[in-house]
Design a protein around this ligand. Structure first.
Ligand code: NAP
Ligand code: MG
Length: 402
């Protein structure tokens, strides 16, 4: 069989620890034998980030703007312990944060569903995708520990000198205060990313806030979504046979629990943070979650939703056997390859990506899996494989599909 040819390189962002080990195995076993893999390689491993003063992260994000599609391995976000472990010059920022700030956009996370791992919610038949707005609100808030009685005010001073002022509360004793913001521009790009992703994946889009209580803040989100939908997307949704649906966040939560799944749930930043953990754990495991950042100008960065699996890496370094699940990382590659194939009109690449995903699912459904899944499957006697043997089992299934 001749290898599939690519015309445009993928931006490849290598990473850290156990996922870096899996990254190499995936390329060797599942990609190189079948594809003449074209990538522009950026090593986002912490060592290289430190050497380049994190310039490599910025370069990789700019390359994503140039080529349109990236695939990223999990990376360490440094903390105090990592400063020492890697002898860092600085506590470099989260690469995901840096990349997001350059690309702008929305993170979409969806569970990978297999028939021998049942979701905890009985009615869920199809995956629920969470679209999380990744800017502002409580994540960029300013807080005050109110020490004593006094008056708190919300004051906006325009560049033209115009002042808008509201009394928040007249304190008669100690308390707490918080100021939040968001930007029309960011909410608009969030809305467009969600509408485009819904069209791309042919799924309904749900959006919910607490606009009955938050009559200006949350209501602005609701209004911007509605305006953009009506002006730019309504006819496209009608054509695709999909629906945009807005409701209150508490109503949305109740409906999600009774739904069959199979839609995108757009969430404000905090709601998305909380709900994506709920959705992923109720569907099974973080190792079975895909994640893609979609920018408003049509760039895509695919990754796994989990981290670098540090504990397994140290076992690996000690020469012990590991059973780390590579599925989410394989899906990052298949997602990126499929998108590249679609953009460049290479149907063999799209077909390969689909088969690679099917091979992962079929392998698990045949009872061959890593330890994390063996703990939650309905399968009576699952075959528990180590990290490499699981990838080799996927390759065997893939050979049968190609
Ligand atoms: P983690 O990598 O998400 O792993 C936490 C635990 O979840 C693991 O110890 C393991 O449980 C289980 N797990 C996660 N992924 C798994 C997989 N693929 N297969 C099997 N089990 C899996 O989080 P962490 O180890 O606490 O964090 C390590 C580093 O990841 C941190 O430095 C953090 O900054 C970084 N991180 C990066 C990203 C990203 O780049 N997107 C996201 C989150 C965290 P058991 O130990 O019980 O087997
Ligand atoms: Mg969280």
């Amino acid at each position: 069989m001749s290898k599939i040819q690519m015309t445009t390189p993928l931006v490849e962002m290598d990473g850290d620890e156990m996922t870096r080990i899996l990254w190499q195995m995936i390329k060797e076993e599942l990609l190189f034998p079948y594809i003449d893999l074209k990538t522009e390689y950026y090593d986002l491993g912490l060592k290289k980030r430190n050497e380049t003063n994190d310039q490599i992260t910025v370069d990789s994000a700019n390359a994503t703007k140039k080529y349109g599609v990236a695939v990223k391995c999990a990376t360490i976000t440094p903390n105090a312990a990592r400063m020492e472990e890697y002898d860092l010059k600085e506590m470099w920022k989260s690469p995901n944060g840096t990349i997001r700030a350059i690309l702008d956009g929305t993170v979409f996370r969806a569970p990978i569903v297999v028939n021998n791992i049942k979701p905890n919610v009985r009615t869920w038949e199809k995956p629920i995708t969470i679209a999380r707005h990744a800017y502002g609100d409580v994540y960029k808030s300013v807080e005050i520990d109110v020490p004593s009685a006094g008056t708190a005010k919300l004051v906006f001073t325009g560049d033209d000198g115009k002042v808008i002022e509201e009394t928040i509360h007249e304190f008669d004793g100690p308390g707490v205060l918080q100021g939040q913001h968001n930007l029309d521009k960011s909410i608009e790009s969030f809305a467009r990313s969600c509408f485009n992703y819904a069209l791309d994946t042919k799924q309904d889009l749900w959006f919910a806030t607490k606009d009955t209580i938050s009559k200006k803040y949350d209501h602005t989100f609701k209004d911007i979504f509605e305006e953009i939908f009506n002006a730019e997307f309504k006819s496209k949704f009608d054509e695709a046979g999909i629906v945009y649906f807005y409701t209150l966040i508490d109503d949305a939560v109740a409906r999600v629990m009774k739904s069959k799944g199979g839609y995108i749930w757009a969430c404000k930043n905090y709601d998305g943070d909380v709900m994506s953990d709920m959705i992923s754990s109720a569907f099974g495991s973080l190792a079975m979650m895909t994640s893609v950042l979609c920018s408003p100008d049509g760039n895509y960065e695919y990754e796994a939703a989990h981290g670098t699996v540090q504990r397994h890496y140290y076992k690996h370094l000690n020469g012990e056997e590991t059973s780390t699940n590579s599925v989410a990382t394989i899906f990052a590659w298949s997602g990126a390859l499929r998108k590249r194939g679609e953009l460049d009109g290479i149907s063999e690449l799209v077909d390969f990506a689909n088969k690679l995903e099917k091979a992962c699912i079929d392998t698990i459904e045949a009872g061959k899996m890593t330890k994390d899944l063996a703990l939650i499957t309905d399968e009576k006697n699952p075959t528990v494989l180590n990290s490499r043997d699981f990838i080799i089992a996927i390759r065997e299934t893939l050979e049968g599909l190609l």
